[in-house]
Design a protein around this ligand. Structure first.
Ligand code: HEC
Ligand code: HEC
Length: 331
């Protein structure tokens, strides 16, 4: 990978410094405005780095750390898998092979290899509605869940993305992977994006909001066909996931556990234990790739106790059910 970043891990500090300087600059609007812009940028950073998984999906992963967090959270994209036919583990020139054109793009503001020049509205339309500024559809894996992001949080995230240091990273091999027709059907099936996020004091509603954005249901529900959840089995586990994608040499399947309060699920985990589990697994301990997972532990461990507590509170409201048999479809 040819990624280079001038500021590397100092980026969040830079963003805060720049935003703070805004307060001192008399031409940039009132001090109140600057403070609220500052708060929005911090909210955007928080969501992008944690529950919305922007950094997690859009940065090269470290396969040797539990949960495969970014090597560097630079949003510079992941190299596209360029494969010969005989490298398809399915052993045939199947539809899966075509999806090897799918890779996580560089979303830094580099004007040539990234999304420099995209407006805030265009960035939001990409991650919530799956449309590029030129109208090309993006794969639904990203936006099916992010469609639930509220207008105010979407603004905050897009503002933060625009402050990222540009990284030059070309991604040969990337290509269209979804037809406009399938895109339109999938988008029309979703409830409209909300204007506002639930108040954190409305804990269960806020917890649900976070689980929607954080793809918890998406990963912890069995699917028997692409995009087809097994009916009545939300959050009961049993989805089959390739760690690192099915093309990566040494990739294997993990099966997601049950997140309902059933004893076979997380019934034994109280609120404090639930938060402690994320703190423990999110420490970034070393594991061999052969035992790694798709659960984004490190990203989620960046969430506050309050937010993880809200997620737990929402999960407690689900009907307790035994763990589902693994689905027929693997992701
Ligand atoms: C589950 C992984 C995943 C998550 C989470 C995710 N993305 Fe993406 N994103 C992708 C993939 C994959 C594509 C490319 C889809 C395609 O080419 O059809 C993409 C495409 C994009 C694009 C279009 C860029 C281009 O050049 O076409 C933007 C902008 C974007 N993502 C921003 C975001 C933001 C902001 C977030 C967080 C709110 C986010 N993404 C979260 C995987 C993800
Ligand atoms: C990309 C798929 C994916 C996403 C997204 C995801 N999980 Fe997971 N999760 C997994 C897998 C796979 C495991 C089992 C392997 C492991 O422990 O890492 C797991 C394990 C867990 C466990 C441990 C359960 C146990 O009994 O040990 C909890 C709790 C959990 N996830 C909660 C969540 C929550 C809450 C969210 C959303 C904020 C979420 N997951 C999002 C895939 C995912």
């Amino acid at each position: 990978m040819e990624a280079q970043s001038a500021f590397g891990t100092y980026r969040p500090v830079m963003a805060i410094v720049c935003a703070t300087l805004g307060i001192l600059n008399p031409n940039s609007g009132s001090a109140d405005e600057a403070i609220s812009n500052n708060a929005a940028l911090e909210r955007g950073r928080y969501l992008a780095e944690t529950v919305a998984l922007c950094a997690h999906c859009h940065s090269e992963p470290n396969d040797e750390i539990d949960g495969r967090p970014p090597i560097e959270s630079n949003y510079a994209g992941i190299d596209c898998p360029i494969l010969e036919k005989n490298m398809n583990p399915r052993g045939k020139d199947s539809e899966d092979f075509v999806t090897s054109k799918l890779c996580e793009p560089n979303i830094t503001p580099d004007p040539v290899t990234g999304i420099g020049g995209w407006s805030k509205a265009e960035i939001i339309q990409a991650f919530r509605d799956g449309l590029r500024p030129d109208g090309a559809p993006l794969h639904s894996n990203m936006w099916l869940n992010l469609h639930a992001v509220s207008d105010e949080d979407a603004e905050a995230i897009a503002s933060y993305i625009q402050t990222l240091p540009p990284v030059v990273h070309e991604q040969p091999g990337r290509g269209p992977v979804l037809s406009k027709r399938i895109h339109d059907v999938a988008l029309a099936s979703l409830p409209p994006s909300p204007a506002k996020s639930p108040a954190p004091s409305d804990e269960v509603a806020y917890g649900k909001y976070l689980t929607d954005i954080g793809r918890c249901r998406y990963c912890h529900t069995p699917n028997d066909a692409p995009g087809r959840e097994r009916k009545g089995k939300a959050f009961t586990g049993g989805a089959r996931y390739w760690v690192g994608g099915r093309y990566l040499p040494g990739a294997r399947v993990v099966i997601t556990p049950n997140l309902t309060a059933h004893p076979e699920g997380i019934g034994v985990l109280g609120r404090a234990d639930f938060i402690a589990l994320f703190r423990e697994r999110g420490r970034g301990r070393k594991v061999p790739f052969s035992r790694n997972t798709v659960m984004p532990w490190v990203a989620f461990a960046g969430m506050t106790d309050q937010d993880l507590g809200a997620v737990w509170a929402y999960l407690q409201t689900l009907p307790p059910q035994p763990t589902s048999q693994p689905g027929d479809y693997d992701f």
